[in-house]
Design a protein around this ligand. Structure first.
Ligand SMILES: [Zn+2]
Ligand SMILES: [Zn+2]
Length: 371
């Protein structure tokens, strides 16, 4: 089969020929890859950071945002069958005896750091014609999601961020966050960074009735800002307003979801948090970034306003299921919005162009592996 592989030490990506993976056990499933999205993580892996080779291998097949068709199942597989449309989760549990998260089936909160991730950390990814994995790592999609199901991975990350915020707020006894099915209605929310993660966050928040402001530094004409406004979002132009001035123009927010990954922006967003506010951080900032900030007022507000700041990564199976449900609903409610987030489709041969050329109007780029 064909696959897109990287050699981290050489900062190269190649279209390679490899043996097809085969079903080895009774619970395994073989799928034919249909589409695989690309994101900043893939680019960082090509440039030599993040990626970890599988044991004893010289190359790593990249890709972690996939959608596929089931073609073969092991003898004990009961939850999916050939012909099903599926997506595969990314993280695989560690076997550390004291990692209760992984033991309990929640590798997204692995505490040992020894988890593996397909296409990123120690396991081959999905930019390949075929994939084999245990049935427990697949989530079934309705066939109606064929043209945008590849968005499930980034959407699952968003679902975890929003769900965690709701759970934290409800657990600490805030009555207006009590009912997870209605608590977002009318909440004042800010999404910082309107890339694919930010846009998906805005879409899911709007779907659940929140009022959404979005912060970015691109022009109003950019496609992603157009789409953001179309779902009812209010755009804050970062070229005119700095993160620390957001509150003086728009007052404070109940929930902030950060999807920027730039330390100087992220840290200053906290000043826009209101009383009892909560801020979810999803962006990975550069390590060792030194900044001069007013720590005194940051902690002062945090304490006197009962604020929470938390970080969130990856997603659990329940978030994947919510991603499927919400993407399908949002695509209907907001005039095919999910389909329109996929702006570019490439054949695997076009990998140079897909990874190294960019345009103003790109939101999500995907490789097409099969029909
Ligand atoms: Zn990604
Ligand atoms: Zn673990």
């Amino acid at each position: 089969m064909k696959a897109l592989s990287i050699i981290p030490s050489q900062k190269t990506i190649l279209l390679t020929e490899r043996e097809d993976p085969q079903i080895q056990g009774p619970y395994e499933v073989k799928v034919k890859t249909l589409e695989v999205g690309i994101c900043g993580t893939d680019r960082e892996e090509i440039m030599g950071t993040h990626a970890e080779l599988p044991l004893g291998e010289k190359e790593l097949i990249i890709g972690h945002e996939m959608m596929a068709l089931v073609i073969e199942t092991g003898s004990n597989v009961s939850t999916i069958k050939p012909g099903d449309l599926v997506v595969a989760t990314v993280r695989r549990p560690c076997d550390h005896p004291e990692c209760y998260s992984c033991k309990g089936g929640h590798p997204d909160t692995c505490s040992s750091g020894l988890y593996l991730e397909r296409g990123i950390k120690g396991l081959h990814g999905f930019q390949a014609q075929f994939v084999v994995d245990h049935e427990m790592f697949f989530v079934k999609l309705p066939q109606s999601m064929r043209s945008y199901g590849v968005l499930c991975e980034p959407a699952a990350i968003v679902e975890k961020a929003i769900d965690s915020a709701i759970e934290i707020q409800s657990c600490r006894g805030l009555p207006d966050w009590d009912d997870p099915s209605t608590c977002l209605r009318g909440k004042k929310t800010l999404v910082a960074g309107l890339g694919s993660i930010g846009l998906l966050t805005a879409i899911i928040l709007r779907l659940h009735g929140a009022d959404v402001w979005g912060y970015d530094i691109v022009s109003q004409d950019a496609l992603r800002i157009q789409l953001f406004k179309e779902i009812g979002g209010s755009y804050i132009d970062g070229k005119k307003i700095t993160p620390s001035n957001i509150a003086s123009h728009y007052e404070s927010f109940d929930l902030i979801v950060e999807a920027v990954g730039v330390a100087s922006v992220t840290i200053n967003l906290i000043s826009a948090l209101g009383p009892n506010g909560i801020c979810a951080m999803t962006g990975v900032t550069e390590a060792n970034r030194m900044l001069e900030i007013n720590v005194g007022s940051l902690i002062y507000n945090l304490v006197l306003n009962n604020q929470v700041i938390f970080g969130t990564v990856n997603a659990g199976k329940k978030h994947w299921k919510r991603a499927v449900r919400d993407l399908e609903k949002a695509n209907t409610v907001f005039n095919r919005i999910a389909e329109r987030l996929i702006t570019h489709r490439f054949s695997p041969h076009e990998f140079q162009r897909a990874f190294f050329e960019s345009s103003e109007d790109e939101i999500k780029k995907v490789f097409v592996w099969g029909e």
